[in-house]
Design a binder for this molecule. Structure first.
Ligand code: HEM
Length: 484
């Protein structure tokens, strides 16, 4: 009997039949390896780690084909044993395609649809202003101010809770839980992800140190799910009804929503929205210090449209095309989630004659799409003008693909866009961001590079943030105080 061997898409040769490409790739090297593989093998690449199949999708066209045209088959998520042991399987983001996911996703979409956005503008404006005030007094602490901005906006929107300026207990819990995410999600990061039977082996067995890490994380995740929501329930009992998302979900009269669903949805917003917002705003400071001419151009636009005696606000967004282009370039230049969240194939499939096995993990290589030379000339250069037509108006590349694809596209994208846009336009208005100078008065190079986690952050770097001399500080301080 002649059986035909199924042909997988092209990809690196395996090291051995058992290991596949395990050892070729790690959390630290994945970015370089993916780049190398798609350049060598094309936009749909196959590799294997033990018996797990992976398909790396590196072009926008292929991503649209998989995740949008064939979304029925590619909208689920891969299973991760480590995520399950840690308790990191609660977020909507990691749930398999199905009823549970659909119910939670519906609630997220309801609260984050475009016409719900103005209801969050007061919170976003207030927190951006707090960040401006802190930048005036403690500019070198800018990374902390950004973390506070992101944490405060989400905690206030979701739980109606004002975080403490330093060491807030809820923020600490969420940060600890999130720091474990790489271990849970990256295929080779924990042995139990590739050899799930290891979960039945005791702690002392070689390679089973993951048990302790899983137990520790589980405690933190339980706190993240339960503690903030308990405080909202407590306030509702006392008759205090904040207009936050949690209290709306808990006191919805029309449909009773299971309390576990409320906890999942609220914590998902934190888990998905905190680190991502921090990354985008931190990249803004990094890019502005590195590409000072871009900063000047944006400031010139703001000054000519708005003047110097009032802060820009959401209503000004459509009148500032260069700032909008800068915002898009920020998302393109250093994509916040370079390899998105992995999708998986529900059923086997064929693509260009190649076999896609059932259960294969599909990796959207967003980073490669942002560096496609046929779309973006000199992709490593930060150049907002690539999003402008000759007449200075915006072109139709709105880089939405950095928020993912198809049925799993980021439901928080409008909210994130508003937070990041207001942050950048107000910081540009008020401050000059520069590289540091050395002892001889020369600007020092700024090339700290980026971390390798699920969410890409610029590694620690320094810059000088000083109020722009053309802006009357007092007028601004007064208007900030009015909006607080
Ligand atoms: C600049 C900021 C952000 C970026 C670049 C970003 C990007 C992404 C990406 C790439 C995905 C994966 C989509 C896919 O699987 O195809 C995603 C999923 C998700 N994002 Fe965001 N995100 C951001 C901010 C936010 C915020 C602020 C929230 C919450 C308000 C949020 C909530 C979610 C959720 C819940 C999912 C999972 C959706 C699902 O699995 O159905 N994100 N995001």
């Amino acid at each position: 009997v002649v059986t035909q061997r199924r042909l997988y898409p092209p990809g690196p040769t395996t090291r051995s039949w058992i290991f596949g490409n395990a050892g070729d790739i790690s959390v630290e090297t994945q970015c370089d390896r993916y780049t190398e593989w798609y350049r060598k093998y094309g936009d749909v690449t196959y590799f294997r780690i033990f018996k797990e199949h992976f398909i790396l999708v590196s072009s926008h066209e292929a991503a649209v084909e998989f995740f949008e045209k064939r979304s029925k088959n590619y909208s689920t998520r891969p299973f991760s044993m480590m995520a399950q042991l840690m308790g990191w399987n609660f977020p909507t983001s990691f749930k398999p395609y199905g009823e549970q996911w659909r119910a939670e996703r519906r609630l997220l979409q309801h609260h984050f649809k475009p016409d719900a956005m103005p209801s969050y503008h007061a919170i976003q404006t207030r927190q951006v202003n707090i960040m401006l005030q802190r930048l005036l007094t403690e500019p070198d602490e800018f990374r902390n101010h950004i973390r506070n901005l992101a944490g405060a906006i989400i905690m206030s929107t979701v739980y109606g809770y004002d975080i403490a300026p330093k060491d807030d207990p809820y923020v600490k819990i969420a940060e600890t839980a999130t720091s474990k995410l790489g271990e849970a999600m990256f295929p080779g990061a924990s042995p139990v992800n590739v050899l799930p039977f290891l979960r039945y082996f005791p702690d002392w067995f070689p390679g089973c140190g993951f048990h302790q890490s899983a137990r520790d994380t589980k405690v933190v995740i339980d706190a993240m799910l339960n503690e903030p929501i308990a405080s909202v329930q407590e306030r509702i009992k006392r008759g205090i009804n904040d207009p936050c998302i949690a209290s709306q979900l808990l006191s919805n009269q029309d449909v009773s929503i299971e309390s576990q669903v409320v906890k999942n949805v609220c914590s998902t917003i934190y888990a998905a929205g905190y680190d991502t917002t921090i990354s985008a705003v931190a990249t803004f400071f990094y890019a502005m210090a590195n590409f000072h001419d871009v900063q000047l151009k944006a400031q010139t636009e703001i000054e000519s449209v708005i003047g110097t005696d009032r802060l820009p606000s959401f209503d000004d967004r459509a009148t500032l095309p260069y700032v909008e282009a800068l915002f898009r370039e920020l998302l393109r230049w250093q994509p916040v989630v370079p390899f998105s969240l992995f999708h998986a194939a529900s059923e086997e499939d064929a693509y260009n004659g190649y076999h896609i096995p059932k259960g294969a993990t599909i990796i959207p290589n967003i980073r490669a799409m942002t560096r496609d030379p046929s779309r973006y000339m000199e992709p490593e250069i930060f150049n907002p003008s690539r999003f402008l037509k000759l007449d200075g108006t915006l072109n139709d590349d709105d880089v939405q693909y950095v928020f993912g694809f198809g049925r799993r596209i980021c439901p928080g994208r409008y909210f994130a866009s508003d937070t990041v846009w207001l942050s950048i336009v107000r910081v540009l208005f008020l401050f000059d961001i520069q590289r540091k100078k050395d002892a001889f008065g020369n600007y020092t190079a700024l090339d700290s590079g980026y971390g390798t986690g699920l969410v890409a952050h610029p590694l620690p770097f320094e810059c000088t943030i000083s109020p722009r001399p053309r802006i009357d500080k007092q007028i601004i301080l007064d208007s900030i105080a009015e909006e607080l």
